[in-house]
Design a protein around this ligand. Structure first.
Ligand code: UDP
Ligand code: MG
Length: 311
């Protein structure tokens, strides 16, 4: 199979028929073999009924229905697990991304040898409250990730070589950082294609202003976990030991004064400093140990309750 189109969706009933027929038209024109994997992320509108009806006319559809809303990352992850195409294309369901981009993205992966190609909505049809923070956020992510050539990390329209998506695990709200994960997993031929962006035709955005706060917290988490997940002790332990040494040193100094018959009455600041630093160091150290223990028992980050499936 040439292409899997993975579409996470949450309350997008109005868009789906147009979207599917457009994708099918593009695939047919170019003679691709394909599947459309739709992940209904706990929609409360008629999305699932619409998908079931569409399946009658478009056998290429496969669908997964979550019991509740788990978020876009969970939906993508589930779609990635199901995908069979050599090239996997993700796309939002709201028709802000154009299926006409598919053939070019496919060629970039197949012929130009990219592992991942991210869309870049150079001209965006979104409110300014979204575009300005997004510029800043992309700038920071570029710096942190060492992927200097991406302008739009969070673009929903992306293409991947199959091996890439089979080797990364998207959870939490980490879908914003898939290019980083891909790079860290060793897939570093990452490219960009300027894509058309269209105004949302139906429905409303599913991400509010907290997207920015969450986005930055996730960035810190992902950088931190990438660097220290396997060895949390390297972070906590270093600081812990350092604090214990400094605090312990101060306390030992004060103790020696006392033992030599001196008075500590005017040494209260030093005493407080020494005690607090020592305790803090001890706490950091034990946190590191706990983190180390936890990281050894990889938890069930990615288990979702699936209500129904269409194969
Ligand atoms: N989405 C999802 N689960 C969620 C939120 C969003 O599957 O909890 C889907 C949504 O239906 C759409 C895509 O993710 O297909 C992008 O969402 P949206 O268009 O609301 O984001 P925006 O374009 O405003 O960034
Ligand atoms: Mg959108």
């Amino acid at each position: 199979m040439d292409i899997s189109v993975v579409i996470p969706l949450y309350n997008e009933e109005e868009s789906l028929p147009e979207l599917v027929s457009w994708i099918a038209r593009v695939m047919k024109e170019h003679g691709f073999s394909y599947e459309i994997i739709m992940i209904d992320d706990g929609s409360r509108d008629g999305s699932w009924e619409v998908i079931k009806a569409l399946k009658q006319s478009y056998p290429a559809i496969k669908a997964i229905r979550f019991q509740r809303n788990y978020g876009k990352s969970a939906a993508l992850n589930e779609g990635f697990m199901a995908a069979e195409g050599k090239v996997v294309i993700t796309m939002d369901a709201d028709m802000q991304d154009s299926p006409d981009e598919i053939p070019h993205l496919y060629r970039m992966i197949k012929e130009e040898g990219y592992d991942l190609v991210s869309g870049y909505k150079k001209k965006r049809f979104d409110p300014i409250s979204k575009t300005i923070p997004s510029k800043f956020y992309n700038w920071v992510t570029r710096k942190v990730s060492g992927i200097p050539n991406l302008h739009d990390f969070n673009c929903g329209l992306k293409a991947y070589r199959k091996e890439v998506i089979k080797n990364i695990e998207v959870y939490g709200e980490m879908h914003r950082f898939i290019p980083l994960m891909a790079k860290w997993a060793g897939f570093d031929k990452i490219g960009e294609k300027v894509v058309q962006h269209r105004p949302r035709k139906y429905g409303v955005t599913k991400f509010g202003l907290n997207r920015f706060v969450n986005g930055f917290l996730d960035l810190i988490t992902i950088v931190f976990t990438h660097r220290y997940l396997k060895q949390p002790m390297h972070f906590f332990g270093t600081w812990g030991v350092l604090f214990v040494l400094v605090g312990g040193g101060v306390l030992a100094y004060l103790a020696s004064i006392k033992l030599l018959g001196g008075m500590l009455g005017n040494r209260v600041p030093a005493l407080v400093f020494g005690t607090v630093t020592f305790l803090l160091g001890f706490l950091l150290f034990s946190t590191g140990l706990l983190a180390e223990l936890i990281s050894r028992n990889s938890p069930f980050k990615n288990e979702y309750r699936i209500k129904e499936k269409i194969e």
